[in-house]
Design a protein around this ligand. Structure first.
Ligand code: GTP
Ligand code: GTP
Ligand code: MG
Ligand code: MG
Lengths: 280, 292
């Protein structure tokens, strides 16, 4: 786009298309680019690469409209309870494995709760991650009530003075009312057994997801309140641009990103790197 | 919705006489927006708009009392045509077993779909053998074995090897021993840009020559669907597509993107986590869903 040299209608269209193909969404992209057109006039920008820089800074502004502290996951009380939710296959269990390992390396005492009692081999999958990170996993038999597992896990975390409890839950589509109710119940049990819990409710979102991500975030947020998003599979070619809208409209920060299937493939969300990658 | 927006536009155009490419621009822009909101890939949308432009300025719209509705009808028809016919058959070979390989990105629903397909094949009298060729994901083999047990369908785990190519090779003898008429291979999720893992698929393909390679894709996939499907198709060639998680509220524009860029038929859709939640693909239903 920049090689064209001229700031004309084609140039602005090219930028709008770049945003659309990054999953920013047709309406958000159009709003951002019309704002850009105004600013280019107002600031009398002449060079295409200056316009691109300006666009990057405008998107960065949207992301940073939330407090910088919002973007970090800081365990602030003991035990610090993290509830992990999201639609099927987004990367919840894997992200928990990575997070557990990170905290263990920081010298924290981490407990995991196998809250997915539904899907085939979900408990076994989390147990393997538990072994890899050296964490205990609280589990019941497959088919048990997830709230019962969570109840036990919270009691265990308190009694044995764990620093962090991370609860895995079954994947669920936000449109399934009974599953959303089950999730609300899990949250209620946590709060009832430990004041303030869950301290962090992390929604795991697959970066390849399109505009449906907004509907996911909205409904999960309405149900239990999301304190942060873990954006996974950014090691692919999808840009995850839909989070710009989620940050802007729902005021929910992205806290973590997944960049692979290995235990160390977890990073803090870095707004600048994210925006740069949109334009790669 | 789209019909209302188009009716408003055509009301304004009434006084301008003959409809042409120029004044129909706003109407086409609304169609473009609807498709992009539905996650249809941008380039696929552009091609689509070019296709319907000709019909949109034709007699059927101009002489209609409700031109807005007429345009929606045209869009629906063209979408349905582009999505392809209902072809949910796996081409069964005259000399069994029919070998089917499931491929796709991480978490798209391959393992669950492998079991669903095996269940369907069993019902059709094509006793399947499920093959657990995902040796990477923690408990992937257990996952497939639990599903196989639930369906009373045999699962082959490689008989001692944990090399996916060898597992697949050995599954042929296993199928023959067990009298299976079909083989469904569950492979590990992988990125289309992972050279090594894409090579693994090529190796499996050249060793056992599957009769059908099904690309399993998540219905909520966004613009990237085109890159992924194109790359999988270029590397190993896909024969059909399965769209999973259609029980959600994703508009499913990825269906059009994938179909358009690969030219391959969408054969099945997954409509739930249970093994009987598996259906044939109906283009007209998906077309109206994409239009929203
Ligand atoms: N490439 C890549 N793959 C990932 C990433 N995170 C998770 N995965 C893969 O995505 C697939 C699904 O991950 P899971 O952790 O099982 O997802 P989940 O949300 O727990 O799935 P359900 O419990 O079935 O809803 C697995 O193959 C993971 O290895 C990531 O950041 N990058
Ligand atoms: N709601 C719904 N969930 C589905 C559907 N198909 C699969 N799932 C769920 O999606 C998640 C991922 O399914 P898997 O079969 O493990 O996906 P996969 O492609 O084998 O994952 P990897 O092996 O890690 O690449 C699980 O929670 C499944 O139960 C579907 O059609 N509808
Ligand atoms: Mg899981
Ligand atoms: Mg699998």
């Amino acid at each position: 786009i920049i090689g064209r040299g001229k700031i004309d209608e084609d140039f602005f269209e090219g930028l709008e298309e770049l945003l659309i193909t990054a999953d920013v969404g047709v309406h958000s992209a159009s709003r951002i680019i019309s704002g850009l057109r105004e600013d280019v006039k107002k600031n009398k920008l002449k060079e295409p690469k200056d316009v691109e820089q300006y666009l990057k800074s405008e998107i960065l502004k949207i992301i940073k409209s939330l407090q910088p502290s919002a973007f970090s996951l800081q365990p602030k009380s003991n035990p610090f309870v993290i509830m992990v939710i999201g639609v099927n296959g987004s990367g919840k269990t894997t992200t928990i494995g990575k997070l557990a390992s990170r905290y263990m390396k920081e010298g924290k005492k981490v407990l995991l709760a196998a809250g997915d009692t539904f899907r085939a081999a979900a408990i076994e999958q989390l147990e393997i991650w538990g072994k890899r990170s050296g964490c205990t996993v609280i589990k019941h038999q497959s088919g048990a009530d997830p709230s019962a597992v969570i109840y036990d896990a919270v009691q265990s975390a308190k009694a044995r003075e764990y620093d962090i409890l991370i609860a895995d839950t079954a994947g669920r589509l936000h449109t399934k009312v009974n599953l959303m109710e089950e999730m609300k119940k899990i949250k209620r049990i946590m709060g009832r057994e430990l004041q303030g819990a869950p301290h962090e409710i992390l929604m795991v979102l697959d970066a390849t997801t399109g505009q449906n991500a907004v509907s996911q975030a909205r409904l999960f947020n309405e149900a239990v309140g999301i304190t942060g998003i873990a954006l996974t599979k950014l090691d692919g070619t999808a840009k995850g641009g839909v989070v710009i809208n989620i940050i802007d409209e729902l005021k929910i920060p992205v806290k973590l990103i997944g960049v692979g299937e290995g235990v160390d493939d977890l990073r803090e969300f870095e707004p600048e790197a994210f925006v740069e990658a949109l334009f790669d | 919705n789209l019909t209302n927006k188009l009716e408003t536009i055509f009301k304004k155009l009434r006084g301008y006489g003959k409809l042409n490419e120029d004044n129909i621009k706003d109407a086409l822009r609304e169609v473009r927006i609807a498709l992009l909101e539905a996650d249809v890939n941008l380039n696929v949308v552009k091609e689509f708009i070019e296709k319907i432009k000709v019909r949109a300025v034709g007699q059927e719209v101009m002489s209609s009392l409700t031109p807005g509705q007429q345009v929606v009808k045209i869009v629906n028809e063209e979408l349905t045509t582009m999505l392809g016919g209902t072809n949910s058959s796996i081409a069964l070979v005259s000399k069994p077993p029919t070998i089917i390989m499931m491929v796709g990105l991480q978490g798209s629903g391959k393992t669950t779909t492998s079991a669903k397909l095996a269940r369907r094949l069993l019902k059709e009298g094509q006793l399947p053998l499920l093959v657990a060729a995902d040796v990477y994901r923690p408990a992937a083999i257990e996952q497939l074995n639990i599903l196989g047990k639930e369906l009373a369908i045999p699962v082959f785990n490689g008989n001692g090897t944990n090399n996916p190519v060898d597992i697949c090779k050995r599954s042929l003898a296993e199928a023959s021993e067990k009298g299976c008429r079909s083989i469904v291979i569950d492979t590990a999720g992988r990125l289309h840009i992972d050279e090594e893992l894409m090579q693994e698929l090529k190796n499996i393909k050249s060793e056992i020559k599957p009769h059908e390679i099904l690309f399993v894709a998540d219905a909520m996939t966004g613009q990237d669907a085109v890159n992924v499907a194109k790359t999988f198709n270029e590397h190993i060639g896909i024969d059909g597509i399965v769209l999973t998680k259609m029980d959600g509220d994703a508009r499913g524009g990825a269906a059009l993107s994938i179909r358009s860029v690969t030219g391959k038929p969408i054969k099945f859709i997954g409509i739930g986590e249970k093994l009987d939640q598996f259906e044939s693909f109906y283009p007209d239903r998906v077309a109206s869903r994409i239009l929203g």
